[in-house]
Design a protein around this ligand. Structure first.
Ligand code: B12
Ligand code: SF4
Ligand code: SF4
Length: 226
């Protein structure tokens, strides 16, 4: 199966997507079902580092109907679904209901931990990465053990990500998303609407992977229902 993992990575790279690690469920551990309906043994996470998939998505979008709900999810399901079919996996999306524990899977797969913003922070990509899907396998996959990774937030004393939001939406108590939404949709929300979350952009790490402004505005519009 090691060879297949490399082939899967190559197939995904055609759309700017990357494998974000994986893991095997322990025997007896509850797991979702695979393509035949049997419990799965393995998960491979599919995602992005920086905005690599963005131009692929935009090209696809040009030939789609103007009015479309959740186009990025539709595109992701389509391209990851094709790879899943080729390699005998079931594809799932972070937006599937009921929500699958993507962040818990990612912590297990790559050893990442959450930043104060709730977003997992990566030692190289900082806050500029996400998950677009996962491939579920009914057979076990041979995977390298996840490496010990540095949690950048531990050494970040100033924590500028907690100082830039005009309504202090992020705090140790969690994300006050109603306060965030009200600000983003309101008269003073233009900076967040056009350039993305000020707190996320304040993190000094992974800035080479920061999403371009149009991608940040797209995600903000879909989060805030603009
Ligand atoms: C619901 C949801 C939200 C809700 C959170 C409401 C709440 N308080 O629960 C809202 C709509 C507020 C939200 C916002 C954002 N989200 Co969100 N969200 C999800 C979603 C779809 C489900 C979360 C869930 O319940 N999972 C089920 C539980 C069982 O799984 P879990 O792994 O244990 O879930 C963890 C998260 O829920 C986390 N959590 C709880 N509250 C919040 C709030 C935020 C902002 C985040 C990032 C995480 C988080 O704690 C849980 C325990 O580990 C996940 C995808 C997924 N399937 O997990 C994305 C996800 C967590 N979101 C993500 C992101 C990036 C965001 C945003 C920062 C950016 C965006 N999407 O535009 C925004 C924040 C807006 C801003 N100011 O910039 C990413 C995180 C990627 C990463 N690197 O870690 C995910 C994984 C989606 C993806 N495609 O990659 N989100
Ligand atoms: S600013 Fe500091 S604490 Fe905040 S996410 Fe970045 S590294 Fe972590
Ligand atoms: S999007 Fe704007 S209002 Fe929402 S948390 Fe980020 S900085 Fe605050």
């Amino acid at each position: 199966m090691l060879l297949a993992v490399e082939e899967i990575a190559t197939a995904l790279s055609a759309n700017g997507l990357i494998l974000r690690g994986g893991f095997n469920f322990a025997s007896g551990e509850t797991s979702p079902t695979g393509h035949s309906g049997a419990p799965i043994r393995s998960v491979l996470l599919v995602g992005q580092a920086g905005a690599e998939p963005w131009p692929h998505f935009l090209r696809w979008r040009e030939n789609q109907p103007q009015a479309m709900a959740n186009p990025l999810d539709t595109w992701s399901r389509q391209v990851i679904g094709e790879v899943a079919e080729k390699f005998g996996a079931r594809a799932v999306s972070p937006s599937d209901r009921p929500y699958l524990p993507f962040q818990q899977w990612a912590m297990r797969a790559e050893g990442l931990k959450p930043s104060p913003l709730g977003i997992l922070i990566h030692p190289q990509y900082g806050l500029w990465h996400a998950y677009r899907g996962a491939l579920l396998f009914e057979d076990e996959i041979v995977l390298p053990e996840p490496r010990e990774v540095i949690h950048l937030c531990d050494g970040c004393i100033e924590k500028p990500c907690l100082k830039s939001c005009p309504v202090d939406a992020y705090s140790p108590e969690g994300f006050a998303y109603q306060a965030c939404l009200a600000h983003v949709r309101g008269a003073n929300g233009a900076p967040c609407r056009t350039g993305g979350c000020l707190d996320r952009n304040a993190c000094p790490y992974g800035t080479a992977y920061r999403y371009p402004t149009d991608a940040q505005a797209f995600h903000m519009a879909s989060f805030a229902g603009l």
